[in-house]
Each structure stands twice: as structure tokens, then as C-alpha cells.
Design a protein around this ligand. Structure first.
Ligand SMILES: [Zn+2]
Length: 413
């Protein structure tokens, strides 16, 4: 059906060798001795990589601009006037010691799609927008900075928060020649894109373990974070008898186990990721313990139930739970998922549906457009690490599916 509505030109094809070469080239910006990539948002390496990408896109005839937070938005004209662009992309910033594929694959694949489509002359009805988001990683006082800005969910005040190095995020923008006061101008209206499609590595091990080459991602899990505090009484560890102690850590210990039990009971994942023991000396009975608790699920009602239980169990043990943040599950657009499944079936590609336990720009963009993602396998599930690796074969498969998906969406809306 999609093919019938295509306007002209031959079927666009991904240049596999070029895709792999582009991944290699991009990995040189911020390359570390251990074979990883250090390309934190707004760093010189990040800005150089973006200049390289912009040059590639300009060379293909795309109109390239940067938005007020530094995201590249490059548009290839379509044949039918008035249609919103189909947007594809990911991010090229990394964590301080990241790998070569997280984000990079989705951007290089989007570039490969633009190259394939541009090569045959204009053939899509819609414009194609290649998007390289800035600061997707949680280095600037929170993750997905640029996609939040794009949805109007980021204000100048949020940029006052400390970045990974302690300096305010706004300072990093300024050093990169951007004006933090203009962040609100990055917001796009709903419908500015016809759809947003993101190819990404899984960053988990399930696809590799089961030998499945592609996943159709149904959405991003919801995340709730809590701070739970237990207060006792600090005392001398040598002179205070056991029966006279009010040890905050002893009170807190069963709660750590309770978080695990609640998670299992509610069918979600729950983690105590930090534990701060005060005053924190070998010779002092702990007077206060503060921990960060995180719950993740695709199901809001399970999160509600787990949160309620968590607060009740904490209170029952003498602690106090305060919710710090709540991100609702972000389901992707079912029609886009169905089209991606059709694309996989048509090319004989085995696929499965799964939810993403990690956050992504595509999840944020669901606020302003239909969005969806596809995952390709990560070796041993390793990510945010120099050892991050995805087989070139899988990278190319992902890019091909992305291209076929663009063509399908172009024909359908
Ligand atoms: Zn990523």
C-alpha cells in the first residue's frame, strides 16, 4: 500500500559500508584510549561531532539549523507542500565515559536514510527531518534536556541545576555559544512533525540472548523516585550498650528488603540505589539514614499500588517516604508500531515487542507527536561503557528497517 503511494524514484537503499564508516568517523570525536567515547553535551568533542554531522547533512542538500539548546534539525524537502516532516534521529552526546553506539547509531542511521532518499531525487511526500538531540544523557542536571525543551517542558530555571561537573547547566550552554534565556524558543507545536522514529541499541541483553535481531519498542516505562529517611539517635559505638541503641541503619535495613518484596508482589522493578548513613563513621551508631528508592513499570496502576505500599511499610518501620519525581509511562503510537511490524515481516526479519526500561528522547516527544522506537541487540547488554558493541550487521538491519518504516509512514499519513 505504501509503495503505491510513493511519488517517484526507485526504492531507496541504505549504503551499508558508508553507515559503518560513518559510525567509525563519529566515534573519533571524543575517542578514549579504552576504545570508548567521551562526548559530554556541549564539550568541544560534542560540538566538533555536531559540526561534522551538519556538514554531512548540508552536503546531501538538507537545510540544517540548530535550535536554542543546540539540537540539529536538518530538513530534506518532500514533494507535497504543506506536510509536516517525518523526523528521525537520536543523540550524539554521551555519558562521561560512554560507548560508540548509544545514540550515535540512531543519528548515523538517520543520516544514512537521508542519503538513501536524497540520492534518488525527491521521492517522499513528506519532508524528512534528521534530528540530533543535545544532552540526552543525564549530564546536565537531568536527562533528555533537548527533547524536553522541544516539548516546552524545560525552562531557564531548570538550567540552574548543577551539571555532572558541578557547574550550572546554563554555564555549559553559554560556553557553547548558546543563550540559556532563549530555551523556551526551542518548543515546537504539536504536529510540527508527522511522526518521530528513533533507532537505538537495546542497552540490555534480551535480544542477544534470544537471538532476535529487532525489537519494536512499545513505550518507555514510568519511573517514580522517592527519598526514604529513618531517624534514630547517633551514639558512641564503644560505650552505648546494644539494648540502649536507636540505630537508624538497623531500622532501615528491613525496608531495603521490603522494597524488593513489594516490587516482586506488584510485578514491577524496585531499587534502593543509594544509602546515606549519618554521621557516617565506624565509631558512631548511625543517627540518620536516607535512601533513594526507584520504581519502574509500564503500568500506572501498579506504580500507584507499589507507592502506597512503600509509604505504608516505611511508616510502619518508623521511616518517612517522600516522592521526589514521577514520570508516567510513555506508550508509543500503535499505528507506528504496526507499520514497523509490517516492515519487519515484509523483509523476513524476526522481531518482538518490548518496553524500554531506559528513558529516550522518543518517549519525551510523545507529548507533541506520534513517536516510536526500534531496538537492535547490544553485546552482553553492555552500555554506557567503552565495551558497548553492536554487530555491524545489526546496525545495518536497523537502518534498513528505519528506512522502510519512513517510507511506510510517508505513504500512510
Ligand atoms: Zn541513548
Amino acid at each position: 500500500m505504501a509503495a503505491e503511494r510513493r511519488v517517484s524514484g526507485t526504492r531507496p537503499r541504505i549504503d551499508a559500508a558508508r553507515l559503518v564508516a560513518d559510525l567509525e568517523t563519529l566515534a573519533r570525536f571524543g575517542a578514549t584510549e579504552r576504545g570508548g567515547v567521551a562526548r559530554v553535551a556541549y564539550s568541544p568533542a560534542d560540538l566538533e561531532a555536531r559540526d561534522w554531522l551538519d556538514a554531512q547533512l548540508t552536503g546531501l542538500g538538507l537545510e540544517v539549523r540548530r535550535d536554542p539548546v543546540g539540537t540539529t534539525i536538518a530538513v530534506l524537502a518532500g514533494t507535497e507542500p504543506g506536510l509536516a516532516p517525518i523526523a528521525v534521529g537520536s543523540h550524539t552526546d554521551t555519558v562521561p565515559e560512554g560507548g560508540r553506539y548509544d545514540g550515535a547509531l540512531g543519528v548515523v542511521a538517520a543520516l544514512a536514510c537521508a542519503r538513501a532518499i536524497a540520492a534518488g531525487g525527491p521521492s517522499l511526500r513528506h519532508p524528512l527531518a534528521v534530528v540530533d538531540f543535545e544532552a540526552e544523557e543525564a549530564t546536565m542536571g537531568g536527562a533528555t534536556l533537548a527533547s524536553r525543551a522541544m516539548t516546552g517542558a524545560l525552562d531557564e530555571a531548570a538550567l540552574a541545576r548543577p551539571a555532572y561537573d558541578g557547574a550550572p547547566a546554563a554555564e555549559h550552554l553559554r560556553r557553547a555559544g548558546l543563550d540559556p534565556a532563549k530555551v523556551a524558543a526551542a518548543a515546537l507545536r504539536r504536529g510540527a512533525f508527522a511522526a518521530f522514529l528513533e533507532l537505538h541499541i537495546e542497552q540490555g541483553a534480551t535480544l542477544e540472548a534470544d537471538g532476535v535481531p529487532i525489537a519494536v519498542v512499545q513505550g518507555i516505562v514510568g519511573i517514580r523516585r522517592f527519598e526514604v529517611a529513618f531517624t534514630g539517635s547517633a551514639a558512641h559505638a564503644g560505650t552505648t550498650p546494644m539494648q540502649d541503641r536507636d540505630d537508624a541503619l538497623v531500622a532501615a535495613a528491613p525496608f531495603v528488603v521490603a522494597v524488593r518484596d513489594i516490587a516482586i508482589e506488584q510485578g514491577l522493578v524496585g531499587t534502593v540505589g543509594t544509602l546515606r548513613v549519618h554521621p557516617g563513621a565506624p565509631s558512631v551508631v548511625p543517627g540518620r539514614v536516607v535512601m533513594d528508592v526507584e520504581l519502574r513499570s509500564t503500568d500506572e496502576t501498579r506504580l500507584d499500588a507499589a507507592e502506597e505500599q512503600l509509604a505504608r511499610r516505611a511508616a510502619g518501620m518508623g521511616g518517612e517516604a517522600v516522592r521526589l519525581s514521577a514520570k508516567a509511562p510513555a506508550p508509543f503510537a500503535p499505528p507506528l508500531l504496526a507499520m514497523l511490524e509490517d516492515v519487519c515481516r515484509a523483509s523476513g526479519l524476526e522481531h518482538r515487542r518490548m518496553w524500554s526500561g531506559a528513558g529516550h528522547d522518543a518517549g519525551v516527544l510523545t507529548a507533541i507527536t506520534d513517536a516510536a522506537m526500534l531496538f537492535v541487540p547490544s553485546r552482553a547488554g553492555i552500555s554506557h561503557n567503552a565495551a558497548e558493541f553492536t554487530e555491524p550487521r545489526d546496525c545495518v538491519r536497523g537502518a534498513r528497517a528505519l528506512l522502510d518504516w519512513i517510507v511506510a509512514v510517508d505513504g500512510a499519513r
